[in-house]
Design a protein around this ligand. Sequence first.
Ligand SMILES: Cc1cc2nc3c(=O)[nH]c(=O)nc-3n(C[C@H](O)[C@H](O)[C@H](O)COP(=O)(O)OP(=O)(O)OC[C@H]3O[C@@H](n4cnc5c(N)ncnc54)[C@H](O)[C@@H]3O)c2cc1C
Length: 497
Amino acid sequence: MAPRYDAIVVGAGFGGMGAGIELDRLGLSNYVILERESDLGGTWHVNHYPGLAVDIASVTYSYSFEPNPYWTRLFAPGAELKKYAAHVADKYGLRRRMRFDTVVDGARWDEEHQHWVVSIEGGETLTGRFLLTATGFLSQPYTPPFPGIDTFEGKIIHTTAWDEDFDLTGRRAAIIGTGATAVQLVPEVAKKAAALTVFQRTPIWVVPKVDAPIPAPVQRLFAKVPVTQKAARLVNTSMLEALMVVGVLHYDQAKPLNKAAALLAKAHLRAQVRDKKTREQLTPHYDFGCKRPTFSNEYFKTFNRPHVRLETNSIDHVTPDGIVTADGHKTEIDTLILATGFNLWDVNFPAIEIIGRDGVNLGKFWRDNRFQAYEGITVPKFPNFLSLNSPYSYSGLSYFTTIEAQMKHMARLLGELFRRGETTFEVTEAANERFLDTVTDKLGSSVFYGGDCASSRSYYFNQHGEAALLRPNSTVSTHRHAVSFPLDDYAYGSVPA
Ligand SMILES: Cc1cc2nc3c(=O)[nH]c(=O)nc-3n(C[C@H](O)[C@H](O)[C@H](O)COP(=O)(O)OP(=O)(O)OC[C@H]3O[C@@H](n4cnc5c(N)ncnc54)[C@H](O)[C@@H]3O)c2cc1C
Protein backbone atom coordinates (compact mmCIF):
# COMPACT_ATOMS: atom_id res chain seq x y z
CA MET A 1 0.00 0.00 0.00
CA ALA A 2 1.71 3.20 -1.15
CA PRO A 3 1.59 6.12 1.28
CA ARG A 4 -0.39 9.16 0.28
CA TYR A 5 2.63 11.50 0.48
CA ASP A 6 6.36 11.18 -0.14
CA ALA A 7 6.85 13.26 2.97
CA ILE A 8 4.89 14.91 5.76
CA VAL A 9 6.40 18.01 7.36
CA VAL A 10 5.01 19.31 10.66
CA GLY A 11 5.43 23.06 11.19
CA ALA A 12 5.45 25.98 8.74
CA GLY A 13 8.15 28.11 10.34
CA PHE A 14 11.54 28.70 8.74
CA GLY A 15 12.55 25.13 9.65
CA GLY A 16 9.59 23.47 7.93
CA MET A 17 9.90 25.83 4.97
CA GLY A 18 13.60 24.98 4.56
CA ALA A 19 12.67 21.29 4.65
CA GLY A 20 10.05 21.87 1.95
CA ILE A 21 12.53 23.69 -0.28
CA GLU A 22 15.00 20.79 0.09
CA LEU A 23 12.31 18.18 -0.63
CA ASP A 24 11.52 19.96 -3.89
CA ARG A 25 15.21 20.10 -4.79
CA LEU A 26 15.38 16.34 -4.20
CA GLY A 27 12.42 15.77 -6.50
CA LEU A 28 10.13 14.71 -3.68
CA SER A 29 7.39 17.13 -4.58
CA ASN A 30 4.47 15.12 -3.26
CA TYR A 31 4.63 16.46 0.28
CA VAL A 32 2.44 18.39 2.70
CA ILE A 33 3.33 20.86 5.45
CA LEU A 34 0.90 20.66 8.38
CA GLU A 35 0.59 23.76 10.57
CA ARG A 36 -1.64 24.36 13.58
CA GLU A 37 -1.72 28.14 13.11
CA SER A 38 -3.77 29.88 10.43
CA ASP A 39 -0.70 31.18 8.57
CA LEU A 40 2.98 30.48 7.97
CA GLY A 41 6.06 31.93 9.67
CA GLY A 42 6.09 30.08 13.00
CA THR A 43 7.80 32.31 15.59
CA TRP A 44 7.28 35.38 13.39
CA HIS A 45 3.59 34.71 12.87
CA VAL A 46 2.78 33.97 16.49
CA ASN A 47 4.82 36.75 18.11
CA HIS A 48 3.85 40.33 17.35
CA TYR A 49 4.32 42.12 20.66
CA PRO A 50 5.55 45.75 20.58
CA GLY A 51 9.32 45.97 20.18
CA LEU A 52 9.70 42.51 18.57
CA ALA A 53 12.83 42.36 16.44
CA VAL A 54 15.56 39.88 15.60
CA ASP A 55 18.54 39.76 17.91
CA ILE A 56 20.84 38.52 15.14
CA ALA A 57 21.54 41.08 12.39
CA SER A 58 19.21 40.43 9.47
CA VAL A 59 21.95 39.89 6.89
CA THR A 60 22.70 36.72 8.85
CA TYR A 61 19.20 35.83 10.09
CA SER A 62 17.86 34.76 6.67
CA TYR A 63 18.43 31.91 4.21
CA SER A 64 21.88 32.32 2.60
CA PHE A 65 20.38 31.36 -0.78
CA GLU A 66 17.55 33.88 -0.46
CA PRO A 67 19.04 37.18 0.75
CA ASN A 68 16.69 40.09 1.29
CA PRO A 69 18.35 43.36 0.26
CA TYR A 70 15.46 45.40 1.63
CA TRP A 71 15.75 44.95 5.41
CA THR A 72 15.06 48.42 6.77
CA ARG A 73 17.28 48.08 9.86
CA LEU A 74 20.38 46.13 10.83
CA PHE A 75 18.09 44.25 13.24
CA ALA A 76 14.81 43.96 11.38
CA PRO A 77 11.51 44.30 13.25
CA GLY A 78 9.39 41.15 13.61
CA ALA A 79 6.85 42.20 10.96
CA GLU A 80 9.60 42.23 8.30
CA LEU A 81 10.50 38.65 9.21
CA LYS A 82 6.90 37.61 8.75
CA LYS A 83 6.88 39.36 5.35
CA TYR A 84 10.15 37.65 4.42
CA ALA A 85 8.66 34.25 5.34
CA ALA A 86 5.66 34.98 3.08
CA HIS A 87 7.99 36.01 0.25
CA VAL A 88 10.01 32.77 0.57
CA ALA A 89 6.84 30.67 0.66
CA ASP A 90 5.55 32.34 -2.51
CA LYS A 91 8.83 32.23 -4.40
CA TYR A 92 9.48 28.56 -3.64
CA GLY A 93 5.89 27.43 -4.16
CA LEU A 94 5.48 26.32 -0.55
CA ARG A 95 2.11 27.85 0.19
CA ARG A 96 0.21 25.33 -1.93
CA ARG A 97 1.78 22.54 0.12
CA MET A 98 0.65 24.01 3.42
CA ARG A 99 -2.41 22.96 5.38
CA PHE A 100 -3.21 25.47 8.11
CA ASP A 101 -5.35 25.11 11.25
CA THR A 102 -4.17 21.52 11.37
CA VAL A 103 -2.97 20.32 14.76
CA VAL A 104 -0.87 17.17 14.55
CA ASP A 105 -1.40 14.88 17.53
CA GLY A 106 1.15 12.20 16.81
CA ALA A 107 2.85 9.91 14.35
CA ARG A 108 3.43 6.17 14.28
CA TRP A 109 5.78 4.10 12.12
CA ASP A 110 3.79 1.44 10.31
CA GLU A 111 6.15 -1.53 10.32
CA GLU A 112 4.19 -3.53 7.77
CA HIS A 113 3.94 -0.84 5.13
CA GLN A 114 7.16 0.97 6.10
CA HIS A 115 5.67 4.42 6.24
CA TRP A 116 4.50 6.98 8.80
CA VAL A 117 0.91 7.36 9.89
CA VAL A 118 0.29 10.88 11.12
CA SER A 119 -2.79 11.65 13.23
CA ILE A 120 -4.46 14.99 13.13
CA GLU A 121 -6.72 16.47 15.79
CA GLY A 122 -10.28 15.52 14.85
CA GLY A 123 -9.43 11.96 13.85
CA GLU A 124 -8.03 12.21 10.30
CA THR A 125 -4.85 10.25 9.48
CA LEU A 126 -2.33 10.82 6.68
CA THR A 127 0.43 8.53 5.50
CA GLY A 128 3.88 9.54 4.31
CA ARG A 129 7.10 7.71 3.38
CA PHE A 130 9.16 10.27 5.34
CA LEU A 131 8.29 12.32 8.42
CA LEU A 132 9.97 15.63 9.19
CA THR A 133 9.12 17.49 12.39
CA ALA A 134 9.91 21.21 12.43
CA THR A 135 7.82 22.12 15.44
CA GLY A 136 10.28 24.68 16.82
CA PHE A 137 12.06 25.02 20.15
CA LEU A 138 10.34 28.18 21.31
CA SER A 139 6.83 27.30 20.22
CA GLN A 140 5.02 25.98 23.32
CA PRO A 141 4.14 29.05 25.44
CA TYR A 142 4.62 28.69 29.18
CA THR A 143 2.54 30.27 31.94
CA PRO A 144 3.77 29.48 35.45
CA PRO A 145 0.93 28.29 37.69
CA PHE A 146 0.82 31.40 39.92
CA PRO A 147 -1.75 30.77 42.67
CA GLY A 148 -4.78 32.99 42.17
CA ILE A 149 -4.06 33.93 38.55
CA ASP A 150 -7.54 32.71 37.58
CA THR A 151 -9.09 35.28 39.91
CA PHE A 152 -7.35 38.25 38.26
CA GLU A 153 -10.01 40.67 37.02
CA GLY A 154 -7.87 42.83 34.74
CA LYS A 155 -6.42 42.03 31.33
CA ILE A 156 -3.96 39.14 31.00
CA ILE A 157 -1.78 38.94 27.88
CA HIS A 158 0.87 36.36 27.05
CA THR A 159 3.51 37.77 24.72
CA THR A 160 2.75 34.99 22.21
CA ALA A 161 -0.86 36.13 21.97
CA TRP A 162 -0.51 39.89 21.86
CA ASP A 163 -3.77 41.79 21.54
CA GLU A 164 -3.14 44.66 19.12
CA ASP A 165 -6.49 46.26 19.95
CA PHE A 166 -5.67 46.55 23.63
CA ASP A 167 -4.55 50.08 24.53
CA LEU A 168 -1.93 50.25 27.27
CA THR A 169 -2.27 54.01 27.69
CA GLY A 170 -2.71 54.96 31.34
CA ARG A 171 -2.67 51.33 32.52
CA ARG A 172 -1.06 50.04 35.73
CA ALA A 173 0.82 47.16 34.20
CA ALA A 174 3.02 44.34 35.38
CA ILE A 175 5.40 42.36 33.21
CA ILE A 176 6.42 39.00 34.62
CA GLY A 177 9.73 37.78 33.27
CA THR A 178 13.00 39.37 32.22
CA GLY A 179 14.14 37.15 29.36
CA ALA A 180 14.90 38.14 25.78
CA THR A 181 11.25 38.98 25.05
CA ALA A 182 10.92 41.26 28.09
CA VAL A 183 14.12 43.07 27.13
CA GLN A 184 12.35 44.13 23.91
CA LEU A 185 8.93 44.68 25.43
CA VAL A 186 9.63 46.58 28.69
CA PRO A 187 10.72 49.87 27.01
CA GLU A 188 7.65 49.80 24.75
CA VAL A 189 5.14 49.19 27.55
CA ALA A 190 6.81 51.88 29.66
CA LYS A 191 6.12 54.42 26.90
CA LYS A 192 2.36 54.01 27.37
CA ALA A 193 1.57 52.65 30.81
CA ALA A 194 0.97 54.99 33.77
CA ALA A 195 2.82 52.57 36.05
CA LEU A 196 4.92 49.53 35.21
CA THR A 197 6.31 46.94 37.59
CA VAL A 198 8.72 44.39 36.17
CA PHE A 199 8.87 41.14 38.14
CA GLN A 200 12.31 39.62 37.83
CA ARG A 201 13.36 36.16 38.94
CA THR A 202 16.67 35.93 37.06
CA PRO A 203 18.53 38.97 35.70
CA ILE A 204 19.82 38.75 32.13
CA TRP A 205 23.10 39.77 30.52
CA VAL A 206 22.41 42.62 28.10
CA VAL A 207 25.02 44.10 25.78
CA PRO A 208 24.70 47.22 23.61
CA LYS A 209 22.87 46.79 20.32
CA VAL A 210 24.66 48.27 17.32
CA ASP A 211 21.49 48.95 15.37
CA ALA A 212 20.56 51.58 12.75
CA PRO A 213 18.29 52.01 9.77
CA ILE A 214 19.74 50.72 6.50
CA PRO A 215 19.54 53.68 4.12
CA ALA A 216 17.80 53.22 0.76
CA PRO A 217 21.06 53.59 -1.26
CA VAL A 218 22.60 50.71 0.71
CA GLN A 219 19.49 48.60 0.12
CA ARG A 220 19.78 49.36 -3.61
CA LEU A 221 23.47 48.42 -3.53
CA PHE A 222 22.62 45.09 -1.85
CA ALA A 223 20.00 44.46 -4.54
CA LYS A 224 22.21 45.41 -7.49
CA VAL A 225 25.51 43.98 -6.27
CA PRO A 226 24.54 40.98 -4.08
CA VAL A 227 28.16 40.25 -3.27
CA THR A 228 28.19 43.37 -1.05
CA GLN A 229 25.44 41.93 1.14
CA LYS A 230 27.22 38.55 1.14
CA ALA A 231 30.33 40.30 2.44
CA ALA A 232 28.29 42.02 5.18
CA ARG A 233 26.82 38.63 6.10
CA LEU A 234 30.25 37.06 6.28
CA VAL A 235 31.57 39.77 8.60
CA ASN A 236 28.54 39.62 10.90
CA THR A 237 28.41 35.82 10.97
CA SER A 238 32.12 35.65 11.80
CA MET A 239 31.65 37.99 14.76
CA LEU A 240 28.76 35.92 16.11
CA GLU A 241 30.76 32.78 15.54
CA ALA A 242 33.70 34.13 17.54
CA LEU A 243 31.37 35.04 20.41
CA MET A 244 29.79 31.60 20.44
CA VAL A 245 32.76 29.36 19.74
CA VAL A 246 35.40 31.17 21.73
CA GLY A 247 33.35 32.77 24.50
CA VAL A 248 30.81 30.00 25.15
CA LEU A 249 31.90 26.65 23.71
CA HIS A 250 35.63 26.99 24.47
CA TYR A 251 35.16 28.72 27.80
CA ASP A 252 37.90 26.68 29.49
CA GLN A 253 40.47 27.70 26.88
CA ALA A 254 39.35 31.33 26.45
CA LYS A 255 37.93 32.57 29.75
CA PRO A 256 39.24 36.14 29.22
CA LEU A 257 36.97 36.63 26.20
CA ASN A 258 33.95 35.44 28.15
CA LYS A 259 34.89 37.72 31.06
CA ALA A 260 35.36 40.64 28.63
CA ALA A 261 31.81 40.17 27.34
CA ALA A 262 30.52 40.22 30.94
CA LEU A 263 32.53 43.38 31.65
CA LEU A 264 31.04 45.04 28.56
CA ALA A 265 27.54 44.20 29.79
CA LYS A 266 28.34 45.50 33.28
CA ALA A 267 29.76 48.75 31.87
CA HIS A 268 26.59 49.10 29.77
CA LEU A 269 24.47 48.68 32.89
CA ARG A 270 26.57 51.17 34.88
CA ALA A 271 26.32 53.75 32.08
CA GLN A 272 22.55 53.35 31.79
CA VAL A 273 21.11 52.88 35.30
CA ARG A 274 21.52 55.62 37.88
CA ASP A 275 20.30 53.84 41.03
CA LYS A 276 22.94 51.60 42.63
CA LYS A 277 20.47 49.16 44.17
CA THR A 278 18.63 48.70 40.84
CA ARG A 279 21.97 48.14 39.12
CA GLU A 280 22.86 45.44 41.61
CA GLN A 281 19.48 43.80 41.15
CA LEU A 282 19.92 43.81 37.37
CA THR A 283 23.37 42.20 37.56
CA PRO A 284 23.43 38.45 36.82
CA HIS A 285 25.29 36.12 39.16
CA TYR A 286 26.03 33.51 36.54
CA ASP A 287 28.56 33.53 33.73
CA PHE A 288 27.97 35.26 30.44
CA GLY A 289 26.76 32.76 27.82
CA CYS A 290 24.93 30.41 30.21
CA LYS A 291 21.81 31.98 28.71
CA ARG A 292 21.44 33.28 25.16
CA PRO A 293 22.89 36.83 25.27
CA THR A 294 20.56 39.77 24.55
CA PHE A 295 21.12 43.13 22.95
CA SER A 296 19.39 46.39 23.84
CA ASN A 297 20.11 50.08 24.22
CA GLU A 298 16.73 50.80 25.83
CA TYR A 299 16.02 48.08 28.39
CA PHE A 300 18.27 49.17 31.27
CA LYS A 301 17.50 52.89 30.76
CA THR A 302 13.81 52.22 31.25
CA PHE A 303 14.39 51.50 34.95
CA ASN A 304 15.43 55.16 35.46
CA ARG A 305 11.90 56.30 34.62
CA PRO A 306 9.89 57.34 37.68
CA HIS A 307 6.87 55.20 36.85
CA VAL A 308 8.90 52.00 36.28
CA ARG A 309 9.82 49.73 39.18
CA LEU A 310 11.84 46.52 39.36
CA GLU A 311 10.48 43.91 41.78
CA THR A 312 12.84 41.09 42.68
CA ASN A 313 10.88 39.44 45.50
CA SER A 314 9.32 36.21 44.31
CA ILE A 315 5.64 36.16 43.44
CA ASP A 316 3.50 34.54 46.11
CA HIS A 317 0.07 34.88 44.57
CA VAL A 318 -2.15 36.90 42.30
CA THR A 319 -5.29 38.64 43.56
CA PRO A 320 -8.22 40.07 41.53
CA ASP A 321 -6.40 43.42 41.39
CA GLY A 322 -2.73 42.80 41.96
CA ILE A 323 0.31 40.68 42.66
CA VAL A 324 1.48 39.84 46.18
CA THR A 325 5.16 39.01 46.65
CA ALA A 326 6.71 36.73 49.27
CA ASP A 327 7.45 39.73 51.55
CA GLY A 328 3.70 40.46 51.70
CA HIS A 329 3.85 43.56 49.49
CA LYS A 330 0.98 44.00 47.06
CA THR A 331 1.41 45.75 43.71
CA GLU A 332 -1.93 46.95 42.39
CA ILE A 333 -2.30 46.42 38.66
CA ASP A 334 -4.98 46.23 36.00
CA THR A 335 -2.87 44.62 33.26
CA LEU A 336 -0.79 41.49 33.63
CA ILE A 337 1.71 40.75 30.85
CA LEU A 338 3.25 37.31 30.87
CA ALA A 339 6.71 37.34 29.31
CA THR A 340 7.25 33.92 30.79
CA GLY A 341 8.57 32.28 27.67
CA PHE A 342 8.30 28.72 26.50
CA ASN A 343 8.37 25.21 27.83
CA LEU A 344 11.12 23.42 25.96
CA TRP A 345 12.05 20.32 27.82
CA ASP A 346 8.76 19.04 29.26
CA VAL A 347 6.47 19.32 26.26
CA ASN A 348 8.69 20.05 23.29
CA PHE A 349 11.03 17.10 22.98
CA PRO A 350 9.19 15.95 20.94
CA ALA A 351 6.22 18.30 20.53
CA ILE A 352 3.97 15.43 19.39
CA GLU A 353 3.85 11.76 20.33
CA ILE A 354 6.14 9.82 17.99
CA ILE A 355 6.18 6.02 18.02
CA GLY A 356 8.96 4.36 16.04
CA ARG A 357 10.02 0.81 15.27
CA ASP A 358 9.20 -1.84 17.91
CA GLY A 359 6.74 0.59 19.49
CA VAL A 360 9.49 2.84 20.90
CA ASN A 361 8.11 6.15 22.13
CA LEU A 362 10.54 8.96 21.30
CA GLY A 363 9.69 11.13 24.32
CA LYS A 364 10.06 8.20 26.70
CA PHE A 365 13.26 7.04 24.99
CA TRP A 366 14.80 10.50 25.43
CA ARG A 367 13.72 10.74 29.04
CA ASP A 368 14.86 7.21 29.96
CA ASN A 369 18.17 7.28 28.07
CA ARG A 370 19.35 10.91 27.86
CA PHE A 371 18.27 13.35 25.16
CA GLN A 372 20.13 12.44 21.96
CA ALA A 373 19.99 12.57 18.16
CA TYR A 374 22.69 11.72 15.65
CA GLU A 375 23.97 14.97 14.11
CA GLY A 376 21.01 16.58 15.86
CA ILE A 377 18.57 15.11 13.33
CA THR A 378 18.03 11.30 13.41
CA VAL A 379 17.41 8.70 16.12
CA PRO A 380 17.87 4.90 16.05
CA LYS A 381 14.58 2.98 15.85
CA PHE A 382 12.94 5.89 14.04
CA PRO A 383 13.27 5.04 10.34
CA ASN A 384 12.63 7.68 7.68
CA PHE A 385 12.29 10.32 10.39
CA LEU A 386 14.11 13.66 10.46
CA SER A 387 13.63 15.54 13.70
CA LEU A 388 14.71 19.11 13.01
CA ASN A 389 14.26 20.28 16.59
CA SER A 390 16.38 17.70 18.29
CA PRO A 391 18.78 17.67 21.19
CA TYR A 392 22.25 18.95 20.17
CA SER A 393 20.94 20.37 16.90
CA TYR A 394 21.14 24.12 17.53
CA SER A 395 24.38 25.26 15.97
CA GLY A 396 25.66 28.83 16.28
CA LEU A 397 23.59 31.86 17.18
CA SER A 398 21.50 32.39 14.05
CA TYR A 399 18.96 29.61 13.67
CA PHE A 400 19.42 29.71 9.89
CA THR A 401 22.84 28.08 10.23
CA THR A 402 21.10 25.10 11.86
CA ILE A 403 18.30 24.97 9.29
CA GLU A 404 20.70 25.06 6.35
CA ALA A 405 23.00 22.42 7.83
CA GLN A 406 19.97 20.18 8.27
CA MET A 407 18.94 20.79 4.66
CA LYS A 408 22.42 19.64 3.61
CA HIS A 409 22.15 16.54 5.81
CA MET A 410 18.80 15.72 4.20
CA ALA A 411 20.25 16.12 0.71
CA ARG A 412 23.21 13.81 1.42
CA LEU A 413 21.14 11.17 3.19
CA LEU A 414 18.19 11.03 0.81
CA GLY A 415 20.51 11.36 -2.20
CA GLU A 416 22.34 8.23 -1.04
CA LEU A 417 19.06 6.43 -0.37
CA PHE A 418 17.88 7.10 -3.92
CA ARG A 419 21.29 6.24 -5.41
CA ARG A 420 21.04 2.84 -3.76
CA GLY A 421 17.47 2.43 -4.98
CA GLU A 422 16.26 1.89 -1.42
CA THR A 423 13.28 3.36 0.37
CA THR A 424 14.09 3.37 4.10
CA PHE A 425 16.95 4.70 6.22
CA GLU A 426 17.73 4.41 9.90
CA VAL A 427 20.73 5.70 11.79
CA THR A 428 22.80 2.94 13.40
CA GLU A 429 23.11 2.61 17.19
CA ALA A 430 26.90 2.80 16.87
CA ALA A 431 26.85 6.10 14.95
CA ASN A 432 24.39 7.59 17.38
CA GLU A 433 26.50 6.59 20.38
CA ARG A 434 29.65 7.93 18.77
CA PHE A 435 27.97 11.31 18.15
CA LEU A 436 26.60 11.48 21.69
CA ASP A 437 30.01 10.65 23.17
CA THR A 438 31.67 13.33 21.03
CA VAL A 439 29.25 16.12 21.94
CA THR A 440 29.29 15.13 25.60
CA ASP A 441 33.06 15.25 25.64
CA LYS A 442 33.26 18.59 23.81
CA LEU A 443 30.65 20.25 25.99
CA GLY A 444 32.92 19.58 28.96
CA SER A 445 34.98 22.65 28.09
CA SER A 446 31.97 24.93 27.49
CA VAL A 447 30.70 27.59 29.86
CA PHE A 448 27.78 25.28 30.64
CA TYR A 449 30.02 22.90 32.59
CA GLY A 450 33.25 24.89 33.14
CA GLY A 451 31.54 28.11 34.18
CA ASP A 452 29.02 29.01 36.86
CA CYS A 453 25.54 28.60 35.39
CA ALA A 454 23.81 27.47 38.59
CA SER A 455 21.50 30.47 38.93
CA SER A 456 20.91 31.10 35.21
CA ARG A 457 17.68 29.09 34.72
CA SER A 458 18.63 28.83 31.09
CA TYR A 459 16.67 26.94 28.46
CA TYR A 460 19.97 25.55 27.24
CA PHE A 461 19.70 23.13 30.19
CA ASN A 462 17.18 20.32 30.45
CA GLN A 463 15.37 19.04 33.54
CA HIS A 464 18.41 16.90 34.47
CA GLY A 465 20.81 19.83 34.31
CA GLU A 466 22.33 18.72 31.00
CA ALA A 467 23.08 21.35 28.37
CA ALA A 468 21.53 19.24 25.63
CA LEU A 469 20.33 21.89 23.16
CA LEU A 470 23.43 23.41 21.58
CA ARG A 471 25.78 21.50 19.36
CA PRO A 472 29.35 22.16 20.55
CA ASN A 473 30.83 22.86 17.11
CA SER A 474 31.60 25.86 15.02
CA THR A 475 28.94 26.32 12.36
CA VAL A 476 31.63 25.71 9.71
CA SER A 477 32.30 22.33 11.25
CA THR A 478 28.55 21.55 11.52
CA HIS A 479 28.12 22.30 7.82
CA ARG A 480 31.20 20.22 6.96
CA HIS A 481 29.74 17.26 8.87
CA ALA A 482 26.40 17.71 7.07
CA VAL A 483 28.03 17.13 3.70
CA SER A 484 30.54 14.50 4.75
CA PHE A 485 29.08 12.29 7.51
CA PRO A 486 29.88 8.61 6.83
CA LEU A 487 27.10 7.22 4.68
CA ASP A 488 27.43 3.89 6.51
CA ASP A 489 26.20 5.62 9.65
CA TYR A 490 22.81 4.72 8.23
CA ALA A 491 21.26 1.35 7.40
CA TYR A 492 19.25 1.39 4.19
CA GLY A 493 16.43 -0.92 3.20
CA SER A 494 13.42 -1.48 0.99
CA VAL A 495 9.74 -1.81 1.53
CA PRO A 496 9.03 -5.56 1.47
CA ALA A 497 7.25 -6.59 -1.74
C1 LIG B 1 10.34 36.15 20.22
C2 LIG B 1 11.39 35.32 19.57
C3 LIG B 1 12.48 35.93 18.94
C4 LIG B 1 13.46 35.15 18.34
N1 LIG B 1 14.53 35.78 17.76
C5 LIG B 1 15.50 35.03 17.19
C6 LIG B 1 16.64 35.64 16.58
O1 LIG B 1 16.76 36.84 16.56
N2 LIG B 1 17.59 34.84 16.07
C7 LIG B 1 17.50 33.47 16.08
O2 LIG B 1 18.38 32.78 15.59
N3 LIG B 1 16.40 32.88 16.61
C8 LIG B 1 15.42 33.62 17.17
N4 LIG B 1 14.35 33.00 17.73
C9 LIG B 1 14.21 31.54 17.64
C10 LIG B 1 13.26 31.19 16.48
O3 LIG B 1 12.27 30.40 17.03
C11 LIG B 1 14.02 30.52 15.36
O4 LIG B 1 14.99 31.42 14.86
C12 LIG B 1 13.18 30.08 14.16
O5 LIG B 1 12.20 31.01 13.80
C13 LIG B 1 12.59 28.73 14.45
O6 LIG B 1 11.96 28.25 13.30
P1 LIG B 1 11.26 26.84 13.37
O7 LIG B 1 10.57 26.65 12.08
O8 LIG B 1 12.23 25.80 13.78
O9 LIG B 1 10.25 26.94 14.58
P2 LIG B 1 8.96 27.87 14.75
O10 LIG B 1 9.14 29.16 14.08
O11 LIG B 1 8.66 27.85 16.20
O12 LIG B 1 7.85 27.07 13.95
C14 LIG B 1 7.33 25.86 14.43
C15 LIG B 1 5.95 25.71 13.87
O13 LIG B 1 5.47 24.42 14.21
C16 LIG B 1 4.09 24.56 14.50
N5 LIG B 1 3.68 23.44 15.32
C17 LIG B 1 4.15 23.10 16.56
N6 LIG B 1 3.52 22.01 17.01
C18 LIG B 1 2.61 21.66 16.07
C19 LIG B 1 1.65 20.62 15.97
N7 LIG B 1 1.48 19.73 16.93
N8 LIG B 1 0.87 20.55 14.85
C20 LIG B 1 1.03 21.44 13.85
N9 LIG B 1 1.93 22.46 13.89
C21 LIG B 1 2.71 22.56 14.99
C22 LIG B 1 3.99 25.89 15.23
O14 LIG B 1 2.68 26.40 15.21
C23 LIG B 1 4.98 26.73 14.45
O15 LIG B 1 4.35 27.43 13.42
C24 LIG B 1 13.34 33.76 18.35
C25 LIG B 1 12.26 33.14 18.98
C26 LIG B 1 11.30 33.92 19.58
C27 LIG B 1 10.15 33.23 20.24
